[in-house]
Design a protein around this ligand. Structure first.
Ligand code: HEC
Ligand code: HEC
Ligand code: HEC
Length: 451
């Protein structure tokens, strides 16, 4: 056994002591409110509540490489929830992934990021969950993985190798605003859990901006998750967005470049759209400090000449490809022949991150299932993209996707009917998401094949 050295021992002891300094201040309404806000910044709702069920009663299925992991009931019910958790036990579950009974949580719960949350935020969060949330006496679905993934002790080794203790530390030469943005992104916001690429052993390749892998973009079950590194020459994705455009996207799900779809919808709906203007701006300013990475073939691929060429082809409407015809019949009314959409209403398809992603899963999923923008305090209108799965055959969707991926200057490979067939089959799977998604009753798994 390794002996704990004295300095390490004192470090551990003092972190425990500093923690115990908070007394449970019970029904303190200001603290409850503060905790409710912290829960928004951490998006606890998105994973721990299914649709219209009681808040925080758990039971959302999250796809993982090992099987489906269900979130637990974190309402203050003493039997089914966490009503019997002390503050220390709560802090350990949220920041270390260790349960009251000492067992280890699966990292589907983003404790590797929450590890950086401050004692103050955890304290407010605890008071909120104990006194500001209604107990829900409900037993959610139980996680039932096969051997060896049902052996929770194995996670201990994963934690030791890949996670770090210790609260976020502000960087000295940065403004308070940038430090606040960095804190929200790295800690509670856990943006990296989706936006940072993962290594073979599934840990995020970086948990902070010390590495250029942090938030560098990746895929989630085939769906493109764009890079959030917004500092660059403006030629690639989000680095061409202004601070205000990033703010608009996070508050309303739309701006002149994109409209949100997929897993990000729930993030905006339950979390970022409820943040204060100052916090959302801090996030945007922080993302602007992260230099974008370019690789030879992806930067500057978008060309205005190529966009005009497609626009002219569609306008003249002679010698159309099969995909162009499907587009004119089904899509052009909203996305127009220009491929530029209408700012804040219909997203552009030219140069759009989803439309020009290497993996076509996201694009094909949206065509089959449609998508609905979240309703947010700043943009309450319900804008929706209809679903075409019932109407278009696999071959038609393949032709259409092939056209979109190569039209208006986009430059990705063709999509085959068999790929579409596969994606359609996955979409019909039971009510389980790869990560949280609550689309307010949108028919999300309705991709029936036309007869
Ligand atoms: C990305 C999805 C996700 C988010 C976001 C999330 N959780 Fe979890 N959480 C889970 C899952 C899944 C589990 C159960 C994991 C397991 O069974 O090992 C869990 C377990 C827990 C537990 C352990 C409860 C028990 O049964 O012992 C606590 C406490 C908890 N979460 C609190 C929170 C809080 C507080 C937040 C917001 C700051 C939050 N979670 C956000 C997915 C999430
Ligand atoms: C559950 C996974 C998940 C989490 C957590 C998440 N995102 Fe996203 N994000 C996505 C996906 C998927 C997309 C692509 C959306 C689309 O295709 O319309 C996206 C897109 C974005 C975009 C648009 C980028 C572009 O080029 O179109 C921004 C900005 C963004 N996210 C910011 C954030 C921030 C800030 C956080 C943390 C507060 C965050 N995201 C957390 C999954 C996630
Ligand atoms: C009735 C108007 C309408 C029609 C018709 C329509 N769309 Fe959309 N589309 C929208 C709206 C609104 C959104 C934004 C919704 C969202 O992102 O949740 C959208 C979003 C999209 C996106 C996602 C863009 C992004 O930034 O993530 C793609 C791709 C797309 N549509 C392609 C198509 C294709 C292909 C067709 C034809 C089969 C089509 N749309 C037909 C209105 C429409």
């Amino acid at each position: 056994m390794k002996k704990i050295t004295a300095p390490l021992f004192f470090a551990l002891a003092s972190s425990v002591l500093s923690y115990a300094a908070f007394a449970d201040t019970g029904n303190n309404s200001a603290l409850i409110k503060q905790g409710e806000y912290v829960a928004r910044t951490g998006d606890c709702m998105a994973c721990h509540t299914v649709g219209n069920a009681k808040p925080y009663s758990g039971g959302l299925g999250i796809k993982s490489p090992f099987g489906i992991i269900y979130s637990t009931n974190i309402s203050p019910d003493p039997k089914f929830g966490i009503g019997n958790y002390t503050e220390q036990q709560f802090a350990d579950a949220v920041r270390k992934g260790v349960r009251k009974d000492g067992s280890y949580l699966y990292p589907a719960m983003p404790y590797p990021s929450y590890a950086k949350m401050t004692d103050q935020d955890i304290h407010a969060l605890y008071v909120y969950f104990m006194h500001g949330v209604q107990p829900a006496a409900e037993q959610p679905k139980q996680t039932d993985l096969s051997f060896p993934f049902n052996q929770r002790w194995g996670i201990m080794f994963w934690d030791k190798l890949f996670t770090r203790d210790g609260a976020f530390t502000p960087t000295a030469n940065r403004s308070d605003e940038i430090n606040r943005g960095a804190y929200l992104v790295q800690a509670a916001g856990h943006c990296g859990s989706c936006h940072t690429p993962r290594a073979i052993s599934m840990q995020e390749k970086a948990y902070d901006d010390g590495s250029d892998q942090f938030l560098a973009g990746t895929e989630l079950n085939g769906w493109n998750v764009p890079s959030l590194r917004a500092g660059g020459d403006g030629s690639k994705g989000i680095d061409g967005w202004s601070v205000q455009e990033i703010v608009d996207y996070l508050q309303t799900g739309r701006n002149q470049h994109a409209a949100v779809g997929g897993e990000m919808t729930a993030v905006i709906q339950h979390s970022t759209s409820h943040m204060t203007d100052a916090d959302v701006k801090a996030i945007a300013e922080y993302l602007k400090t992260l230099p974008q990475k370019y690789s030879a073939n992806e930067s500057k691929s978008f060309s205005e000449d190529a966009r005009t060429k497609t626009e002219n082809q569609l306008t003249q409407a002679t010698d159309l490809t099969a995909g162009q015809r499907v587009y004119l019949d089904n899509c052009a009314a909203c996305h127009f022949v220009t491929g530029k959409g209408a700012s804040g209403v219909f997203p552009p398809l030219a140069g759009n991150a989803l439309a020009s992603a290497e993996n076509p899963t996201g694009l094909v999923s949206i065509i089959l299932n449609g998508s609905r923008l979240p309703t947010t305090p700043k943009a309450p209108t319900q804008l929706a993209m209809p679903d075409f799965g019932w109407r278009l055959t696999d071959a038609q969707v393949a032709d259409l996707a092939t056209f979109i991926r190569s039209g208006w200057g986009n430059s990705q490979a063709a999509v085959s009917a068999s790929e579409v067939k596969k994606i359609r089959a996955q979409l019909r799977a039971p009510d389980v998401t790869s990560k949280p998604m609550d689309l307010d009753g949108v028919k999300h798994y309705s991709a029936q094949k036309p007869q």
